[in-house]
Write a protein that binds this ligand. Structure first.
Ligand SMILES: [Zn+2]
Length: 551
Protein backbone atom coordinates (compact mmCIF):
# COMPACT_ATOMS: atom_id res chain seq x y z
CA UNK A 1 0.00 0.00 0.00
CA UNK A 2 1.45 3.46 -0.90
CA UNK A 3 1.37 6.04 1.89
CA UNK A 4 -1.65 8.35 1.74
CA UNK A 5 -0.71 11.81 0.39
CA UNK A 6 0.26 14.41 2.97
CA UNK A 7 -2.09 17.35 3.36
CA UNK A 8 -0.76 20.90 3.04
CA UNK A 9 -2.74 24.05 3.85
CA UNK A 10 -0.84 26.05 1.26
CA UNK A 11 1.37 25.11 -1.66
CA UNK A 12 3.46 27.86 -3.25
CA UNK A 13 4.49 26.83 -6.76
CA UNK A 14 6.46 28.33 -9.63
CA UNK A 15 8.61 30.29 -7.21
CA UNK A 16 12.27 31.25 -7.22
CA UNK A 17 13.05 30.11 -3.67
CA UNK A 18 16.28 31.18 -1.97
CA UNK A 19 16.15 28.94 1.09
CA UNK A 20 19.30 30.18 2.92
CA UNK A 21 19.74 26.48 3.72
CA UNK A 22 23.23 25.43 2.54
CA UNK A 23 21.97 21.86 2.07
CA UNK A 24 19.46 22.98 -0.60
CA UNK A 25 20.00 26.63 -1.56
CA UNK A 26 17.40 26.84 -4.36
CA UNK A 27 13.91 25.42 -4.81
CA UNK A 28 10.73 25.94 -6.86
CA UNK A 29 7.91 25.14 -4.43
CA UNK A 30 7.09 25.16 -0.71
CA UNK A 31 4.34 23.28 1.13
CA UNK A 32 2.99 24.76 4.37
CA UNK A 33 0.94 22.98 7.04
CA UNK A 34 -0.31 24.97 10.02
CA UNK A 35 2.42 27.42 11.02
CA UNK A 36 5.27 25.24 9.72
CA UNK A 37 6.99 24.38 6.48
CA UNK A 38 5.90 20.87 5.55
CA UNK A 39 8.14 20.28 2.55
CA UNK A 40 10.47 22.00 0.09
CA UNK A 41 10.06 20.91 -3.55
CA UNK A 42 7.60 18.18 -2.56
CA UNK A 43 6.72 15.39 -4.96
CA UNK A 44 3.28 16.42 -6.32
CA UNK A 45 2.16 12.78 -6.29
CA UNK A 46 2.54 12.51 -2.53
CA UNK A 47 0.94 15.81 -1.53
CA UNK A 48 -2.56 17.29 -1.53
CA UNK A 49 -3.01 21.01 -0.86
CA UNK A 50 -6.11 22.93 0.24
CA UNK A 51 -4.83 25.98 -1.59
CA UNK A 52 -2.27 26.41 -4.36
CA UNK A 53 -0.69 29.78 -5.14
CA UNK A 54 1.18 30.22 -8.43
CA UNK A 55 3.86 32.84 -7.78
CA UNK A 56 4.71 33.26 -11.48
CA UNK A 57 8.45 33.23 -10.87
CA UNK A 58 8.49 35.63 -7.91
CA UNK A 59 11.34 35.26 -5.41
CA UNK A 60 10.69 33.75 -1.97
CA UNK A 61 13.02 34.12 1.01
CA UNK A 62 12.72 33.39 4.71
CA UNK A 63 10.97 36.38 6.31
CA UNK A 64 13.39 39.14 7.22
CA UNK A 65 14.53 39.44 10.84
CA UNK A 66 15.79 42.81 12.09
CA UNK A 67 18.22 41.89 14.86
CA UNK A 68 18.24 45.36 16.45
CA UNK A 69 15.33 47.75 16.25
CA UNK A 70 13.18 49.86 18.57
CA UNK A 71 9.61 48.94 17.82
CA UNK A 72 7.53 50.97 20.28
CA UNK A 73 9.81 53.99 19.79
CA UNK A 74 9.39 53.69 16.00
CA UNK A 75 5.63 53.35 16.33
CA UNK A 76 5.52 56.48 18.47
CA UNK A 77 7.56 58.46 15.92
CA UNK A 78 4.86 57.76 13.33
CA UNK A 79 2.74 60.30 15.24
CA UNK A 80 5.51 62.84 15.86
CA UNK A 81 7.15 65.58 13.77
CA UNK A 82 9.44 63.90 11.25
CA UNK A 83 12.76 65.75 11.37
CA UNK A 84 14.88 63.32 9.40
CA UNK A 85 17.32 64.89 6.91
CA UNK A 86 15.20 63.64 4.02
CA UNK A 87 12.34 65.82 5.33
CA UNK A 88 14.05 68.90 6.85
CA UNK A 89 17.40 70.08 5.52
CA UNK A 90 17.89 73.42 7.34
CA UNK A 91 17.29 74.69 10.86
CA UNK A 92 14.66 77.08 9.47
CA UNK A 93 12.74 74.10 8.06
CA UNK A 94 13.14 72.25 11.34
CA UNK A 95 11.66 75.14 13.32
CA UNK A 96 8.81 75.45 10.81
CA UNK A 97 8.06 71.75 11.35
CA UNK A 98 7.97 72.36 15.12
CA UNK A 99 5.51 75.21 14.62
CA UNK A 100 3.29 72.95 12.51
CA UNK A 101 3.48 70.11 15.06
CA UNK A 102 2.59 72.54 17.87
CA UNK A 103 -0.47 73.71 15.94
CA UNK A 104 -1.57 70.07 15.57
CA UNK A 105 -0.97 69.22 19.24
CA UNK A 106 -3.53 70.22 21.88
CA UNK A 107 -2.42 73.05 24.18
CA UNK A 108 -0.75 71.63 27.28
CA UNK A 109 0.50 68.47 25.55
CA UNK A 110 4.12 67.99 24.59
CA UNK A 111 5.29 68.89 21.10
CA UNK A 112 7.53 66.00 20.06
CA UNK A 113 9.76 65.47 17.05
CA UNK A 114 12.47 62.99 16.14
CA UNK A 115 15.17 62.22 13.63
CA UNK A 116 17.19 65.42 13.32
CA UNK A 117 20.93 65.15 12.59
CA UNK A 118 23.06 68.24 13.25
CA UNK A 119 25.61 66.94 10.74
CA UNK A 120 23.02 67.61 8.02
CA UNK A 121 21.91 70.97 9.46
CA UNK A 122 23.88 74.09 10.36
CA UNK A 123 23.96 73.04 14.04
CA UNK A 124 21.81 71.51 16.78
CA UNK A 125 18.53 73.38 17.30
CA UNK A 126 18.42 75.27 20.61
CA UNK A 127 15.93 76.36 23.26
CA UNK A 128 15.65 79.91 21.96
CA UNK A 129 14.77 78.69 18.47
CA UNK A 130 12.23 76.24 19.91
CA UNK A 131 10.71 78.99 22.08
CA UNK A 132 10.26 81.17 18.99
CA UNK A 133 8.81 78.27 16.97
CA UNK A 134 6.35 77.20 19.67
CA UNK A 135 6.08 79.93 22.32
CA UNK A 136 5.51 78.66 25.84
CA UNK A 137 5.23 75.02 24.77
CA UNK A 138 7.07 72.00 26.08
CA UNK A 139 9.07 70.90 23.03
CA UNK A 140 11.19 67.75 22.92
CA UNK A 141 13.21 66.87 19.80
CA UNK A 142 15.17 63.65 19.70
CA UNK A 143 18.40 63.31 17.76
CA UNK A 144 18.47 60.64 15.07
CA UNK A 145 20.91 58.60 17.17
CA UNK A 146 18.56 58.57 20.15
CA UNK A 147 21.55 59.49 22.28
CA UNK A 148 20.66 63.15 22.71
CA UNK A 149 17.74 65.54 22.53
CA UNK A 150 16.91 69.23 22.59
CA UNK A 151 14.20 70.75 24.76
CA UNK A 152 12.54 74.15 25.04
CA UNK A 153 12.74 76.57 27.96
CA UNK A 154 9.45 75.31 29.41
CA UNK A 155 10.99 71.83 29.83
CA UNK A 156 14.19 73.25 31.32
CA UNK A 157 12.00 75.22 33.77
CA UNK A 158 10.25 71.95 34.79
CA UNK A 159 13.71 70.54 35.49
CA UNK A 160 14.79 73.63 37.47
CA UNK A 161 17.52 74.27 34.92
CA UNK A 162 16.40 77.48 33.22
CA UNK A 163 19.63 79.27 34.00
CA UNK A 164 21.98 76.64 35.44
CA UNK A 165 22.79 73.07 34.45
CA UNK A 166 22.97 70.20 36.92
CA UNK A 167 25.78 67.62 36.76
CA UNK A 168 24.56 64.27 35.42
CA UNK A 169 26.86 61.23 35.71
CA UNK A 170 27.06 59.46 32.34
CA UNK A 171 25.48 62.42 30.57
CA UNK A 172 25.69 66.14 29.91
CA UNK A 173 23.39 69.16 30.04
CA UNK A 174 25.11 71.32 27.43
CA UNK A 175 25.62 75.01 28.24
CA UNK A 176 26.76 78.07 26.29
CA UNK A 177 29.88 80.12 27.11
CA UNK A 178 27.94 81.95 29.83
CA UNK A 179 26.90 78.68 31.50
CA UNK A 180 23.24 78.86 30.40
CA UNK A 181 21.73 75.53 29.21
CA UNK A 182 21.23 75.51 25.43
CA UNK A 183 18.51 72.87 25.58
CA UNK A 184 20.80 70.05 24.35
CA UNK A 185 20.81 67.03 26.67
CA UNK A 186 23.21 64.14 26.05
CA UNK A 187 23.04 60.47 27.02
CA UNK A 188 21.88 59.95 30.61
CA UNK A 189 20.79 63.59 30.94
CA UNK A 190 17.90 62.54 28.69
CA UNK A 191 16.53 60.47 31.55
CA UNK A 192 15.64 63.73 33.31
CA UNK A 193 13.38 64.62 30.39
CA UNK A 194 12.14 61.05 30.24
CA UNK A 195 11.13 61.23 33.89
CA UNK A 196 8.72 64.07 33.03
CA UNK A 197 6.87 62.06 30.35
CA UNK A 198 7.32 58.52 31.70
CA UNK A 199 5.75 56.15 32.20
CA UNK A 200 3.83 56.04 28.92
CA UNK A 201 0.42 54.37 29.21
CA UNK A 202 0.44 50.75 28.04
CA UNK A 203 -2.45 51.45 25.65
CA UNK A 204 -0.46 54.19 23.89
CA UNK A 205 2.53 51.87 23.49
CA UNK A 206 0.37 48.96 22.33
CA UNK A 207 -1.05 51.22 19.62
CA UNK A 208 2.45 52.28 18.59
CA UNK A 209 3.51 48.62 18.43
CA UNK A 210 0.49 47.82 16.28
CA UNK A 211 1.30 50.64 13.85
CA UNK A 212 4.93 49.53 13.68
CA UNK A 213 3.85 45.94 13.06
CA UNK A 214 1.80 46.93 10.01
CA UNK A 215 4.74 48.81 8.53
CA UNK A 216 7.10 45.92 9.24
CA UNK A 217 4.89 43.40 7.45
CA UNK A 218 4.72 45.66 4.39
CA UNK A 219 8.51 45.55 4.27
CA UNK A 220 8.87 41.78 4.53
CA UNK A 221 9.78 41.57 8.21
CA UNK A 222 8.47 38.58 10.15
CA UNK A 223 10.75 38.86 13.21
CA UNK A 224 12.34 41.74 15.09
CA UNK A 225 14.57 41.98 18.11
CA UNK A 226 13.64 44.97 20.25
CA UNK A 227 16.89 46.40 21.60
CA UNK A 228 15.93 47.52 25.07
CA UNK A 229 12.71 47.90 27.05
CA UNK A 230 11.59 48.85 30.52
CA UNK A 231 14.53 50.90 31.79
CA UNK A 232 17.12 53.62 31.18
CA UNK A 233 16.52 56.35 28.62
CA UNK A 234 15.57 53.70 26.09
CA UNK A 235 12.54 52.34 28.00
CA UNK A 236 9.05 53.87 28.07
CA UNK A 237 7.60 52.26 31.21
CA UNK A 238 8.73 49.63 33.69
CA UNK A 239 5.81 47.45 32.50
CA UNK A 240 6.75 47.69 28.82
CA UNK A 241 6.39 43.95 28.16
CA UNK A 242 2.69 44.35 28.99
CA UNK A 243 2.34 46.61 25.94
CA UNK A 244 3.63 43.87 23.63
CA UNK A 245 1.39 41.31 25.30
CA UNK A 246 -1.57 43.66 24.92
CA UNK A 247 -0.80 44.24 21.22
CA UNK A 248 -0.65 40.48 20.75
CA UNK A 249 -3.92 39.89 22.64
CA UNK A 250 -5.61 42.42 20.37
CA UNK A 251 -4.31 40.70 17.23
CA UNK A 252 -2.03 43.60 16.34
CA UNK A 253 1.29 41.79 16.56
CA UNK A 254 1.95 40.44 13.07
CA UNK A 255 5.69 39.90 13.55
CA UNK A 256 7.55 37.82 16.10
CA UNK A 257 9.25 39.92 18.76
CA UNK A 258 12.22 39.19 20.95
CA UNK A 259 12.55 41.72 23.77
CA UNK A 260 15.90 42.77 25.15
CA UNK A 261 15.57 44.04 28.69
CA UNK A 262 17.42 47.24 29.64
CA UNK A 263 20.04 46.54 32.30
CA UNK A 264 18.45 49.08 34.68
CA UNK A 265 15.34 46.88 34.83
CA UNK A 266 17.30 43.95 36.24
CA UNK A 267 17.77 43.82 40.00
CA UNK A 268 19.28 41.56 42.66
CA UNK A 269 17.19 38.46 43.33
CA UNK A 270 16.59 36.81 46.71
CA UNK A 271 17.35 33.35 45.29
CA UNK A 272 19.22 30.52 47.00
CA UNK A 273 22.93 31.43 46.91
CA UNK A 274 23.67 28.11 45.21
CA UNK A 275 21.47 29.11 42.24
CA UNK A 276 23.94 31.75 41.12
CA UNK A 277 21.01 34.03 40.21
CA UNK A 278 22.56 37.35 41.14
CA UNK A 279 20.70 39.62 38.81
CA UNK A 280 17.44 39.28 36.95
CA UNK A 281 13.72 39.91 36.79
CA UNK A 282 11.09 38.84 39.31
CA UNK A 283 10.23 35.14 39.24
CA UNK A 284 13.68 34.41 37.82
CA UNK A 285 12.50 35.09 34.28
CA UNK A 286 15.44 35.48 31.90
CA UNK A 287 16.64 35.10 28.29
CA UNK A 288 14.69 32.43 26.43
CA UNK A 289 11.41 32.70 28.33
CA UNK A 290 8.34 33.04 26.12
CA UNK A 291 7.27 31.44 22.87
CA UNK A 292 7.77 31.81 19.12
CA UNK A 293 5.80 35.08 19.06
CA UNK A 294 7.02 36.90 22.13
CA UNK A 295 10.06 36.03 24.13
CA UNK A 296 12.71 37.55 26.38
CA UNK A 297 16.05 38.09 24.70
CA UNK A 298 19.30 39.50 26.01
CA UNK A 299 20.00 42.00 28.74
CA UNK A 300 20.83 45.25 26.93
CA UNK A 301 23.52 47.41 28.49
CA UNK A 302 24.85 50.72 27.16
CA UNK A 303 28.61 51.09 27.56
CA UNK A 304 28.91 54.30 25.53
CA UNK A 305 27.07 56.72 23.26
CA UNK A 306 26.89 57.72 19.62
CA UNK A 307 29.47 58.12 16.86
CA UNK A 308 27.77 60.90 14.87
CA UNK A 309 26.86 62.60 18.16
CA UNK A 310 30.54 62.25 19.19
CA UNK A 311 29.78 60.83 22.62
CA UNK A 312 31.16 57.30 21.94
CA UNK A 313 34.13 56.17 24.05
CA UNK A 314 37.13 56.32 21.70
CA UNK A 315 40.76 55.31 22.17
CA UNK A 316 41.81 58.52 20.45
CA UNK A 317 40.27 61.96 19.87
CA UNK A 318 37.39 62.45 17.44
CA UNK A 319 38.75 64.04 14.29
CA UNK A 320 38.40 67.82 14.48
CA UNK A 321 37.51 67.74 18.22
CA UNK A 322 40.87 67.87 20.03
CA UNK A 323 40.63 66.44 23.53
CA UNK A 324 37.23 64.83 22.94
CA UNK A 325 37.34 61.02 23.24
CA UNK A 326 33.73 60.70 24.32
CA UNK A 327 32.81 58.89 27.52
CA UNK A 328 31.56 55.64 28.99
CA UNK A 329 27.95 55.55 30.21
CA UNK A 330 29.03 54.64 33.71
CA UNK A 331 31.92 53.60 35.86
CA UNK A 332 33.92 50.94 33.96
CA UNK A 333 34.09 48.61 36.97
CA UNK A 334 30.34 48.89 37.53
CA UNK A 335 29.51 48.21 33.86
CA UNK A 336 31.78 45.16 33.96
CA UNK A 337 30.25 43.91 37.21
CA UNK A 338 26.74 44.17 35.74
CA UNK A 339 27.76 42.22 32.62
CA UNK A 340 29.48 39.50 34.67
CA UNK A 341 26.51 39.20 37.07
CA UNK A 342 24.02 38.94 34.19
CA UNK A 343 26.17 36.30 32.49
CA UNK A 344 26.41 34.33 35.71
CA UNK A 345 22.64 34.56 36.15
CA UNK A 346 21.99 32.91 32.78
CA UNK A 347 21.37 35.95 30.59
CA UNK A 348 22.54 36.48 27.07
CA UNK A 349 24.16 39.93 27.16
CA UNK A 350 23.99 42.55 24.41
CA UNK A 351 26.42 45.39 25.07
CA UNK A 352 25.99 48.58 23.07
CA UNK A 353 29.57 49.56 22.19
CA UNK A 354 30.42 52.07 19.46
CA UNK A 355 33.91 53.41 20.17
CA UNK A 356 36.99 51.18 20.26
CA UNK A 357 37.46 51.92 23.99
CA UNK A 358 33.90 50.77 24.71
CA UNK A 359 34.43 47.64 22.59
CA UNK A 360 37.53 46.86 24.67
CA UNK A 361 35.43 47.12 27.81
CA UNK A 362 32.76 44.76 26.45
CA UNK A 363 35.31 42.13 25.42
CA UNK A 364 37.14 42.39 28.74
CA UNK A 365 33.86 41.92 30.61
CA UNK A 366 32.81 38.90 28.49
CA UNK A 367 36.24 37.37 28.90
CA UNK A 368 36.19 37.86 32.67
CA UNK A 369 32.66 36.43 32.86
CA UNK A 370 33.69 33.27 31.01
CA UNK A 371 36.78 32.82 33.17
CA UNK A 372 34.82 33.14 36.40
CA UNK A 373 31.62 31.38 35.34
CA UNK A 374 32.19 29.25 32.22
CA UNK A 375 29.01 28.81 30.17
CA UNK A 376 28.59 27.20 26.74
CA UNK A 377 26.95 28.86 23.73
CA UNK A 378 26.19 32.21 25.38
CA UNK A 379 26.22 34.14 22.09
CA UNK A 380 26.85 37.43 23.87
CA UNK A 381 26.56 40.32 21.46
CA UNK A 382 28.18 43.67 20.82
CA UNK A 383 25.60 46.04 19.34
CA UNK A 384 26.96 48.31 16.56
CA UNK A 385 30.66 47.37 16.88
CA UNK A 386 31.17 50.66 15.04
CA UNK A 387 34.86 51.54 15.39
CA UNK A 388 36.64 48.20 15.76
CA UNK A 389 40.37 47.62 15.47
CA UNK A 390 41.68 44.54 13.63
CA UNK A 391 42.39 42.75 16.94
CA UNK A 392 38.71 43.13 17.86
CA UNK A 393 37.77 40.81 14.99
CA UNK A 394 39.94 37.94 16.20
CA UNK A 395 38.81 38.56 19.75
CA UNK A 396 35.14 38.22 18.73
CA UNK A 397 35.92 34.94 16.99
CA UNK A 398 37.90 33.64 19.94
CA UNK A 399 35.19 34.52 22.50
CA UNK A 400 32.24 33.54 20.29
CA UNK A 401 30.85 37.07 20.58
CA UNK A 402 28.43 38.24 17.87
CA UNK A 403 29.00 41.77 16.53
CA UNK A 404 25.73 43.37 15.36
CA UNK A 405 26.47 46.20 12.88
CA UNK A 406 23.80 48.19 10.99
CA UNK A 407 23.96 48.28 7.19
CA UNK A 408 21.79 51.32 6.55
CA UNK A 409 23.99 53.58 8.67
CA UNK A 410 26.28 53.88 5.60
CA UNK A 411 23.82 55.98 3.60
CA UNK A 412 22.07 57.89 6.35
CA UNK A 413 24.89 58.47 8.86
CA UNK A 414 28.03 57.55 6.92
CA UNK A 415 29.24 61.07 6.09
CA UNK A 416 29.07 62.13 9.75
CA UNK A 417 30.86 58.92 10.75
CA UNK A 418 33.68 59.40 8.24
CA UNK A 419 34.15 62.95 9.55
CA UNK A 420 34.15 61.76 13.18
CA UNK A 421 36.91 59.15 12.74
CA UNK A 422 39.05 60.84 10.07
CA UNK A 423 41.10 59.04 7.40
CA UNK A 424 43.19 56.80 9.68
CA UNK A 425 40.31 54.90 11.29
CA UNK A 426 37.93 54.58 8.35
CA UNK A 427 38.82 50.94 7.78
CA UNK A 428 37.60 50.20 11.31
CA UNK A 429 34.06 51.39 10.55
CA UNK A 430 31.13 48.98 10.59
CA UNK A 431 32.88 45.81 9.58
CA UNK A 432 31.00 43.02 7.79
CA UNK A 433 33.29 41.12 5.44
CA UNK A 434 36.16 40.75 7.90
CA UNK A 435 33.68 39.30 10.41
CA UNK A 436 32.49 36.68 7.90
CA UNK A 437 36.09 35.96 6.88
CA UNK A 438 36.88 35.26 10.54
CA UNK A 439 34.08 32.68 10.62
CA UNK A 440 31.63 34.81 12.60
CA UNK A 441 27.88 34.84 12.01
CA UNK A 442 26.66 38.25 10.80
CA UNK A 443 23.09 39.36 11.73
CA UNK A 444 21.17 42.01 9.78
CA UNK A 445 19.72 45.01 11.59
CA UNK A 446 18.70 48.64 11.24
CA UNK A 447 18.45 50.27 14.70
CA UNK A 448 15.17 51.77 13.45
CA UNK A 449 14.03 54.51 14.04
CA UNK A 450 17.64 55.76 14.09
CA UNK A 451 17.59 55.20 10.31
CA UNK A 452 14.99 53.96 7.83
CA UNK A 453 14.43 50.32 8.69
CA UNK A 454 13.21 48.53 5.56
CA UNK A 455 15.38 45.38 5.29
CA UNK A 456 15.95 45.72 1.55
CA UNK A 457 17.47 49.16 2.18
CA UNK A 458 19.77 47.50 4.70
CA UNK A 459 20.71 44.77 2.23
CA UNK A 460 21.31 47.42 -0.42
CA UNK A 461 23.69 49.33 1.85
CA UNK A 462 25.51 46.22 3.04
CA UNK A 463 26.34 45.54 -0.62
CA UNK A 464 26.89 49.09 -1.93
CA UNK A 465 28.55 50.84 1.07
CA UNK A 466 28.05 54.45 -0.10
CA UNK A 467 27.31 57.50 2.05
CA UNK A 468 24.48 59.94 1.37
CA UNK A 469 26.91 62.24 -0.47
CA UNK A 470 28.13 59.31 -2.60
CA UNK A 471 31.48 58.75 -0.84
CA UNK A 472 32.76 55.20 -0.43
CA UNK A 473 32.09 53.94 3.10
CA UNK A 474 34.89 51.56 4.09
CA UNK A 475 34.25 49.67 0.83
CA UNK A 476 36.58 46.78 1.69
CA UNK A 477 33.88 45.58 4.09
CA UNK A 478 31.21 45.28 1.37
CA UNK A 479 29.57 41.85 1.08
CA UNK A 480 27.57 40.07 -1.62
CA UNK A 481 23.75 40.27 -1.87
CA UNK A 482 23.61 36.58 -0.91
CA UNK A 483 25.64 37.23 2.26
CA UNK A 484 23.52 40.27 3.16
CA UNK A 485 20.29 38.28 2.73
CA UNK A 486 21.71 35.49 4.88
CA UNK A 487 22.48 38.12 7.55
CA UNK A 488 18.89 39.41 7.56
CA UNK A 489 17.48 35.86 7.85
CA UNK A 490 19.57 33.02 9.27
CA UNK A 491 22.21 35.36 10.77
CA UNK A 492 19.66 37.24 12.86
CA UNK A 493 17.98 33.96 13.86
CA UNK A 494 21.32 32.66 15.12
CA UNK A 495 21.90 35.78 17.22
CA UNK A 496 18.54 35.00 18.87
CA UNK A 497 19.36 31.31 19.48
CA UNK A 498 16.52 30.58 17.04
CA UNK A 499 18.24 29.06 14.00
CA UNK A 500 16.45 25.75 14.60
CA UNK A 501 13.01 27.35 14.34
CA UNK A 502 13.42 30.10 11.74
CA UNK A 503 15.75 31.96 9.39
CA UNK A 504 15.90 29.28 6.68
CA UNK A 505 13.31 27.56 4.51
CA UNK A 506 13.42 23.91 5.50
CA UNK A 507 10.88 21.28 6.60
CA UNK A 508 9.80 21.68 10.23
CA UNK A 509 10.75 25.34 10.52
CA UNK A 510 8.26 28.15 10.98
CA UNK A 511 6.51 29.17 7.76
CA UNK A 512 7.75 32.79 7.83
CA UNK A 513 8.24 33.91 4.24
CA UNK A 514 8.62 37.03 2.15
CA UNK A 515 7.70 37.19 -1.55
CA UNK A 516 9.69 39.68 -3.66
CA UNK A 517 9.05 40.93 -7.19
CA UNK A 518 12.74 40.50 -8.07
CA UNK A 519 15.69 38.40 -6.96
CA UNK A 520 18.17 40.61 -5.00
CA UNK A 521 21.03 38.35 -6.13
CA UNK A 522 20.11 38.81 -9.80
CA UNK A 523 19.46 42.56 -10.15
CA UNK A 524 22.16 45.24 -10.27
CA UNK A 525 23.41 46.16 -6.75
CA UNK A 526 21.98 49.67 -7.09
CA UNK A 527 18.49 48.25 -7.79
CA UNK A 528 18.19 46.19 -4.60
CA UNK A 529 16.69 49.12 -2.68
CA UNK A 530 13.81 49.39 -5.17
CA UNK A 531 12.63 45.77 -5.14
CA UNK A 532 8.93 45.49 -4.31
CA UNK A 533 7.74 43.34 -1.41
CA UNK A 534 4.72 41.45 -2.80
CA UNK A 535 3.64 39.48 0.26
CA UNK A 536 4.64 38.56 3.79
CA UNK A 537 3.65 35.32 5.52
CA UNK A 538 4.16 34.81 9.26
CA UNK A 539 3.33 31.44 10.78
CA UNK A 540 1.74 30.17 7.56
CA UNK A 541 -0.70 33.08 7.38
CA UNK A 542 -0.44 35.81 4.79
CA UNK A 543 -0.51 39.11 6.69
CA UNK A 544 0.50 41.47 3.91
CA UNK A 545 -0.44 40.96 0.28
CA UNK A 546 0.18 43.62 -2.32
CA UNK A 547 -1.21 41.42 -5.08
CA UNK A 548 -4.47 40.63 -3.35
CA UNK A 549 -4.23 37.00 -4.45
CA UNK A 550 -2.62 35.28 -1.47
CA UNK A 551 -4.75 36.47 1.43
ZN1 LIG B 1 19.53 50.78 19.23
Amino acid sequence: MPNPPELADLLLVNANVLTMDPARPRARSIAVAGDRILAVDPDPASLRAREVADLAGATVLPGFHDAHNHMAWFGLTLGEADLRPAVVSTLAELYAAVTAQAAATPEGEWVIGAGYDQNKLEDHPDRDGLDRAAPGRRVWLRHTSGHMCVVSSAVLADLGMSERAADVPGGLVVTDAAGRPTGLMQEKAQELVGALVHPYPVAVLADAIGRASERYLSEGLTSVTEAGIAGGWIGHTPVELAAYQSARDRGRLGVRVELMIASDALHPLAAHPGDGLELGLDLGIRTGFGDDWLRIGAMKIFTDGSLVGRTAAMGDDFTGSPGNRGYLQGDAAQLTATIVAAHRSGWQVAAHAIGDRAIDLAFDAYSQAQQQYPRADTRHRIEHFAVSRPDHVSRAAQLGVIPVPQGRFATELGDGMLAAVGPNRQEWLYRQRSLLDAGLVLPGSSDRPVVTGAPLLGVHDMVNRRTGSGAAFNPGEAITPEQALRAYTSGSAYASHAENTKGTIAPGLLADLVVLADDPTAVSPAAIANITVLATITGGRCRFDLTGTLM
